[in-house]
Design a protein around this ligand. Structure first.
Ligand SMILES: C[S@@+](CC[C@H](N)C(=O)[O-])C[C@H]1O[C@@H](n2cnc3c(N)ncnc32)[C@H](O)[C@@H]1O
Length: 452
């Protein structure tokens, strides 16, 4: 029952007599696994009601797969009866409360439609609103990459509530209308929409989107022969890429607590990329901060242990037994929202040397590590929105990239922004004197909130 502006509105619905038979004979009803004949993007409507909207959307968009979710079997059976004669390969139905579908839909969805969702006006029912924080947290897990939610409603209070909830939960409102039918926005009407607009009620519409993001702090931007800290990058305050000489001190000087770091990626085993490891491990163990995941090449454990023993011959054993170190040498792995892939790069005789590609939803960020120009660097530049590059030299050689390489990559891939690091003094001076478009020259301690 909807209440608005003093009037009461109820959409009449006849309970179909043969609903069990309709449901049992439905060959597009999902009961356990989702299978479409292709990998097209998946759009879902939560609370599809009698299915008018989804049927038209599926007919108009054969390159998109649709699933309608409806918690009441009686309502769903009306939709099934309507949809069945069309034999659409791109439309399926689930009869369930969406709250129970995390496992089934996890990481599969591209767009969610919320059409005329129940407003649940009482404060004590807030959690039932389909745009409350607990539902947005659930949707976050269902999305494949970029999050897109399109909402339509007649209800002013639900609309204002939803706008706030989307903003508070990190969404951007990309489109907004308080009178959808008088705007140039493509629209397919739902049953409720037809009833409400016949009564002269304006339809509210919004498109909320959430892209990937990364907080990046440059702990070091220089090569080892400069007064700048050696190249090292802190992501979201707890993931560190490379731990060169002086890292613990550098972090402390830049007001970052080294104890927050629980994920460490090493690009390669040159001293200016991992020699602070003993200091970091001892710092953690002495403060009973024990967990650390280390991502590096297979020979990493041995190298780190030898260095630790050499640096602290009387304490390394005890520290190593107390610490909970987990080594990972897989080619791809996940840290929080990031899918991370390792790429072999070409750094003279140091083998293997790795670059890393971080994907967070639709956002791609690469870290080249030390490298010369090679196919994987070209690939990273082609794929990334931001590429954090070794740019040690003015002219690249067999071990390092130079400004000449970065400049030609930036001309070839203008949609990638290049953040240069591991800079020699000469390269830094040249970059500052001759502002290169699309190349950002950071200093130690600079912070970026990277998003699309
Ligand atoms: C007001 S109707 C709107 C129906 C249709 N979307 C339209 O615009 O005509 C809301 C529908 O959402 C369904 N619904 C509400 N909460 C749901 C949930 N958590 N999971 C699945 N369906 C839900 C209800 O059963 C109801 O059929």
């Amino acid at each position: 029952m909807y209440k608005f502006k003093g009037s009461v509105f109820k959409l009449r619905m006849r309970n179909p007599k043969n609903k069990e038979e309709i449901i049992n004979n439905c060959d597009f009803l999902i009961t356990d696994t989702i299978s479409f004949p292709n990998k097209n993007p998946l759009h879902i409507e939560i609370g599809m009601g009698k299915g008018n909207f989804l049927l038209k959307m599926a007919l108009n968009n054969p390159d998109i797969n649709f699933i309608g979710i409806e918690k009441y079997a009686s309502v769903a059976s009306i939709a099934i009866k309507k949809i069945k004669p069309y034999h659409l390969p791109n439309l399926k139905i689930i009869i369930s409360d969406v709250a129970k579908l995390e496992e089934l839909l996890k990481g599969k969805v591209s767009v969610i439609y919320l059409n005329f969702s129940d407003p649940w006006p009482k404060v004590r029912h807030e959690k039932r609103r389909l745009t409350s924080k607990n539902f947005l947290d659930l949707y976050h897990k269902l999305f494949k990459d970029k999050e897109v939610i399109i909402q339509k409603t007649d209800n002013d209070d639900l609309f204002e509530y939803s706008l706030n909830s989307f903003k508070e939960n990190g969404y951007t409102i990309e489109k907004l209308s308080y009178d959808l039918h008088n705007e140039d926005i493509p629209n397919v009407m739902t049953e409720y929409e037809e009833k409400f607009s016949e009564k002269g009620i304006k339809i509210k519409y919004l498109k909320a989107v959430k892209s990937g993001k990364m907080k990046l702090k440059l702990i070091g931007t220089g090569n080892m022969w400069t007064s700048f800290n050696s190249a090292s990058y802190l992501i979201d305050d707890h993931i560190l890429i490379d731990i060169p000489n002086g890292s613990v001190k550098n972090l402390l000087r830049l007001n970052n607590n080294p104890l927050n770091i629980d994920e460490l990626l090493i690009t390669h085993f040159h001293g200016d990329h991992y020699f602070d490891m003993p200091f970091f491990l001892l710092y953690k163990s002495k403060r009973n901060n024990l967990n650390l995941n280390i991502y590096c090449s297979k020979d990493g454990i041995k190298k780190i242990n030898i260095l630790f023993k050499l640096a602290f011959p009387h304490s390394f054993k005890e520290a190593l037994t107390t610490l909970n170190l987990k080594y990972n040498s897989k080619d791809s792995f996940k840290i929080n929202d990031y899918f991370i892939t390792k790429y072999l790069v070409s750094h003279g005789n140091i083998k293997p040397s790795y670059g890393y590609l971080f994907q967070n939803k639709d956002l791609y960020i690469g870290f080249t590590g030390d490298t010369s120009m090679c196919d994987n660097i070209d690939y990273l530049a082609s794929k990334c929105h931001f590429l954090i590059c070794d740019c040690s030299l003015i002219k690249g050689n067999k071990k390092h990239l130079g400004i000449d390489n970065i400049n030609s990559l930036s001309n070839k891939y203008p949609s990638c922004k290049f953040i240069v690091s591991h800079l020699s003094d000469e390269a830094r001076e040249e970059l500052i004197l001759n502002e290169y478009p699309n190349i950002i020259v950071p200093k130690d301690g600079d912070e970026f909130n990277l998003t699309i």
